[in-house]
Design a protein around this ligand. Sequence first.
Ligand code: IMP
Ligand code: MG
Length: 187
Amino acid sequence: MALDSRIEKILWNEDQISRRVSELAAEITDEFRSSSTPPVFVGVAIGAFLFFADLVRKIDLPISLDFVRAQSYGSGTCSNEAPVISSDLKVNVQGRPVLLVEDIVDTGHTISSIIALLKAKGASSVSVCTFLDKPARRKVEIQPVGQGKLYRGFECPDYFIVGYGLDFAELYRNLPYIGVLKPEHYS
Ligand code: IMP
Ligand code: MG
């Protein structure tokens, strides 16, 4: 795909994304291969929808899928300390291992709220797989539950990025790569 004229630079292109997703899928398959109860993979909508779709197609095990919907930003680039979990699970996670699939962890408030929700619903463990991690901005550490593990695709520099599910003001989610906008598009 040609570079969108609104993008200043690409941080990860489609090939790099696809290779990293395959590596993560292999590690996650190892974790759940011997699970006696099929795990529930929970995607955080909307941002993680492409990563979630790419990841689950590479998991050759019985799994259930569901989404929660979290809204941490209005139309700006600063996240909210109290993200709204606006849509809840349909699948019962009681007594089942869960893998929470997120696009990016920034301050950590969103992922922590969702981990707490899954714990309260009785998940036997909560592993977390975030495609991107921005550790420079962390306020709350990511704490998997029980035997749960933590997976990260790439460490992201402290830029506001778009593409591969990530938006700025609900645009750019459909870009197949991850990049930084030209400054004039962030206003
Ligand atoms: P946190 O609660 O601060 O960790 O924010 C996490 C959420 O904010 C993620 O689920 C993303 O949807 C969004 N987010 C964080 N950083 C970025 C970014 O650079 N671009 C687009 N969305 C982001
Ligand atoms: Mg998100």
